[in-house]
Design a protein around this ligand. Structure first.
Ligand code: BG6
Length: 487
């Protein structure tokens, strides 16, 4: 497909990562244990089965405390960004990045979440990273919490199921906002709040065998507490950050299609869509929508609200929406369909779409539709802060990875973003997921690679960690240099 696109001069170009998937050094620099340090490598998940669900039990946490938990925990070593960030940032700069999305590991700053004073060594690490980025003209986009939290908050309170996590998070948010106010202009509170529906441990640090409540109720209760924490962080940002800085909320946007034009199928698609819009509805509008309250009632979910909550939500509405976008979803009206809502990969296959090696439907046009619908609904800027292709790959005889499939994937998605901009949507920028190979969130596999930059490391942490450029590296550099005209 040929297209002459030119993205706005202000459009931000870069890549996106998360602390627990790149940093490693899980017990260095005064860092406390994180929930993600217990995420196991799951070699079984390939070819269509990847639904992102990952849970830890209280019994496993006890075994970990006793030093008896078996498994491979790749997020503990990441790709050693903690020690190699200078080299990695230099490579991002070579591609022409103007922005880089990363997260702060909360337990690097407050090792258990409960200390009165932050860990200076942790704060100093992020100072060095931000300074390095800014020296290369790269604006950091910082997610305060990307699928991790101090493990102690899980041990003590069962994670976000408890309101007790809100105050430690607000303290953490105020600490990092104050410390980095002159270095970071773009903030996000939580990564993909909607994914609590697929894993209450990954998103909210909840152990299901330590509660009697049903899993959907747990997911929404934890989300309610995260909504409050997010709103309090937004309020703090308004007090602390200089003019021009912005703070947003983020969701994993999954475009939902009805399987047929049958009205009942269309209605089911609308309901699933509302399940996805629910999060920006609360974050942008500052109140719970009626359809959510009806769902809680009909499904018998007892979500506890305090009297002051409504005001907190109303006072902490966001400036923009961040989305990750990987796929669309097909649904139909049948018993149990609503219970599957929120899963990444649904039961129905869209015959018009191909699948990635991990079974994720590839749908670039769905991204244009999503951007238009989000814009029409909220009229706030949208930042595509994740999108990318995970693939198993190996260097060719010349030692280089020829990832034309990744180039094709990214090109098609970027073209659709360009189209959405021409439709009038205010898109702030694009950060491709995993600009450098990193540990997979859902499976802790190293072999699910997303990068423009290859990292020589296997699923067991073996390898030289040498970084090398794939074909997509030069391609992305040209796209950025031409502001999309080369697409
Ligand atoms: C997003 C997450 O949903 O998907 C990332 O925010 C994650 O953390 C990405 O890495 C891709 O998922 P996976 O399981 O392939 O790493």
């Amino acid at each position: 497909m040929t297209a002459r696109l030119e993205f706005p001069e202000t459009f931000l170009w870069g890549g996106a990562t998360a602390a627990n998937q790149i940093e490693g050094a899980y017990d260095e620099g005064g860092k406390g244990l994180s929930t993600s340090d217990l995420a196991r490598y799951r070699p079984d998940v390939v070819n269509g089965a990847d639904n992102f669900t990952f849970e830890v039990t209280g019994a496993e946490l006890d075994a970990a405390d006793a030093g008896e938990l078996e498994g491979i925990f790749a997020k503990r070593w990441g790709i050693d960004f903690y020690h190699r960030y200078r080299e990695d940032i230099a490579l991002f700069a070579e591609m022409g990045f103007t922005t880089f999305r990363m997260s702060i590991a909360w337990p690097r700053i407050y090792p258990t979440g409960l200390e009165d004073e932050p860990n200076e060594e942790g704060l100093a690490f992020y100072d060095r990273v931000f300074d390095e980025l800014l020296a290369h003209g790269i604006q950091p986009v910082v997610t305060m919490s990307h699928y991790e939290m101090p493990l102690e908050l899980t041990r003590r309170f069962n994670g976000w199921l408890s309101r007790e996590c809100i105050a430690p998070f607000e303290k953490f948010a105020r600490t990092v906002l104050t410390r980095y106010r002159d270095k970071v202009r773009y903030w996000l509170t939580f990564n993909e709040l909607n994914m609590n529906l697929t894993s209450v441990y990954t998103g909210a640090g909840v152990l299901m065998d330590r509660t009697d409540r049903p899993v959907r109720e747990v997911a929404y209760q934890a989300t309610h507490h995260q909504f409050l924490a997010s709103a309090l962080a937004v309020k703090a940002a308004r007090e602390i950050l200089p003019a021009g800085a912005v703070i947003g909320a983020m969701i994993n946007r999954i475009e939902v299609y009805p399987a047929t034009p049958k009205p009942a199928d269309v209605l089911q698609a609308m309901r699933e869509d509302q399940t996805n819009f629910f999060y920006p509805d609360v974050a942008v509008r500052g109140r719970y929508p009626g359809y959510a309250l009806r769902y809680f009632h009909d499904a018998g979910l007892n979500i506890e609200f305090a009297e002051t909550d409504q005001q907190i939500l109303a006072d902490g509405t966001v400036d923009y929406i961040g989305i990750s976008y990987y796929m669309s979803h097909l649904t139909e009206d049948r018993p149990g369909a609503q219970d599957e809502t929120g899963l990444l990969v649904g039961a129905l296959k869209n015959p018009h779409l191909t699948l990635t090696q991990w079974g994720w439907p590839v749908d670039p046009v769905g991204l244009r539709i999503s951007l238009n619908r989000l814009w029409d609904r909220y009229q706030v800027p949208i930042f595509v802060v994740e999108n990318g292709l995970g693939a198993e790959e190996a260097p060719g005889p010349d030692g280089i990875i020829h990832d034309q499939y990744r180039i094709d994937y990214l090109r098609e998605h970027l073209i659709q973003i360009g189209e959405a901009i021409r439709d009038g949507v205010d898109v702030m920028g694009y950060t491709a997921w995993g600009p450098i190979d990193l540990i997979s969130c859902g499976t802790s596999q190293m072999s699910k690679r997303y990068g423009f930059i290859h990292v020589d490391q296997d699923n067991y942490g073996q390898g030289t960690l040498r970084r090398s450029r794939k074909d997509s590296f030069g391609w992305y550099r040209d796209v950025i240099a031409s502001r999309g005209a080369s697409l």
